[in-house]
Design a protein around this ligand. Structure first.
Ligand SMILES: [Zn+2]
Length: 493
């Protein structure tokens, strides 16, 4: 999902002694990984020479396909990865159940412009939003009010049956650095206005605007795909089932609507959407594989990635790549015949796209063992190779990460450790419980375009990068499993 907030970069392999942060109970130097660990090159060979990544990635994406949490395809992916963990020799491979909520299935959809021109349009339904009960036509309105007062002056009472755009079009450049047009400047101006800091009054308004619109009996809401070349960005969750239809259209079409409305043209569209909900609460599953520790089996290193995806394509870069990297890391460790001191666990979460549900549920279910989790390492920034690690605000662990990445910098690098806090994925569910949680940095490989879009499929993945990521994760899990001590707990929230 999201990229890191702030970064200062330090190139590897020089491990330099730095002043200790307050958190650690032991001096950082005692937490470095063994520099001459003979197991590391073995893991690197296994991950580089006999990788199963491409075959498994193709099967997950091309055969199983989109893995929306709660769907039959997601359940099939859970069962398939469980079977793969068994095939790869895990000491245990289980499906851990949790209560998900109301299921949602995308149905067929047509969308067309009726005025000022007749044209079939490409659009998709927002997830967990209802269908239209047949063709639903209406005028398009750009509701860009920032306060309740402005809303009541300009829009209240005039929105019945309207398809509502919730703000100006995002500004995305479709061709390499084109000169700005008048229209472009208008868009930038309206965006600057839309993104200006909000007063408390304005914040209150943006919290209630959905319910105000619903009370106006609008036809539905139109979202901006916000990406180049008409790519969509999917979202939606059972935590907020939409009372009205919501659709996503390409940024270019959204911007056309905005320009037409600005010049006083009437814009009318018609959508016909057939989505369905399940009535009852569904069960969902996290797939969990494990290599039991030989000396400290109750202390656990976790490699994690979410297996669920959006359903516009087959969830390649988000997050089939991460899930297969974790599966492959398990295979590499087992195939290398090594016995880690601590247990190494591989968790494929579901429900991440709806709000980190699966990882939250994992934490609740394993609350009693959280203090024994050495660390959680998550991969969820696309298909690109690992480029290093952010310390997640714990710079006292910079040398540890430096010592863990240095032995593989020549074979799998370059790799860098940096100060930085990563957001937007499953490590966030663990950190409030004091568990050291990290999310790897990766090469972008167009992730900003592909994730949550209709082109997030096998063709946009880079299997050899995923193989590199799997190998780095296997090595880091091994190193953390072999450390003399448990990492100091992070402050609980
Ligand atoms: Zn993701």
């Amino acid at each position: 999902m999201l990229k890191s907030v702030a970064a200062v970069l330090f190139l590897i392999p020089v491990a330099v002694a730095r002043p200790q942060a307050a958190v650690a109970t032991r001096p950082a130097s005692s937490l470095t990984a063994a520099a001459d660990d003979s197991v590391v090159p073995k893991l690197v060979r296994e991950g580089s020479d006999v990788s199963r990544v491409d075959a498994d990635l193709q099967y997950l994406l091309d055969v199983i396909g989109p893995r929306l949490t709660g769907s039959a395809e997601m359940r099939r992916a859970n069962e398939w990865t469980q079977q793969k963990f068994r095939e790869y020799g895990m000491d245990s491979a289980a499906l851990e159940t949790w209560s998900f909520g109301i299921g949602w299935t995308r149905g067929p959809m047509t969308l067309r412009m009726l005025e000022p021109q007749r044209r079939e349009l490409l659009g998709v339904s927002w997830a967990w939003s209802p269908g239209t009960n047949g063709p639903l036509a209406g005028s398009v309105v750009l509701m860009d009010a920032r306060s309740l007062d402005e809303y009541q002056r300009r829009f209240a009472g005039h929105l019945a049956g309207a398809w509502v755009m919730l703000g100006p079009a995002q500004y995305v450049v479709n061709a390499a650095d084109p000169p700005r047009t008048r229209a472009d400047s208008d868009r930038v101006d309206s965006l600057v206005r839309a993104n200006a800091p909000r007063t408390p009054d304005e914040r209150r308004f943006s919290d209630i605007r959905y319910s105000l619109l619903v009370r106006e009996h609008i036809a539905g809401i139109i979202h901006d795909g916000g990406k180049q070349y008409g790519l969509f960005t999917m979202a939606g969750s059972p935590a907020g089932v939409s009372p009205v239809p919501q659709i996503v259209i390409g940024n270019d079409v959204y911007a056309q609507f905005q320009r037409l409305l600005r010049r006083g043209e009437t814009v009318r569209i018609e959508a016909d959407i057939k989505n369905s909900f399940t009535r009852d609460t569904l069960k969902a599953y996290n797939t969990v594989g494990e290599i039991r520790g030989s000396e400290r089996p109750n202390e656990v290193v976790i490699l994690g990635a979410h297996l669920d995806s959006w359903d516009l394509a087959t969830g390649g870069t988000d997050n089939g790549a991460g899930a297969i990297a974790v599966l492959e890391a398990a295979r590499i460790l087992k195939a290398s015949g090594v016995r880690p001191k601590r247990t190494i666990r591989f968790v494929l979460f579901s429900g991440e796209e709806q709000g980190l549900f699966g990882s939250q549920e994992y934490v609740f279910a394993h609350e009693r063992e959280l203090d024994k989790i050495q660390a959680l390492l998550v991969l969820d920034n696309g298909t690109g190779r690992i480029t290093g690690m952010a310390t997640q605000g714990h710079d006292e662990l910079r040398d540890l990460w430096g010592s863990m990445l240095a032995p593989i910098a020549s074979s799998l690098g370059p790799l860098a450790v940096r100060s930085g806090i990563k957001t937007g994925t499953d490590h966030l569910a663990f950190i409030p419980y004091g568990v050291p949680g990290f999310n790897y940095d990766q090469l972008s490989r167009g992730y900003d375009f592909t994730h949550h879009s209709q082109v997030d499929d096998y063709d946009h993945t880079v299997p050899r990068d995923v193989a590199q990521a799997a190998t780095v994760m296997a090595v880091n899990a091994w190193q953390l499993a072999q450390l003399p001590e448990l990492l100091p707990r992070w402050p609980k929230k």
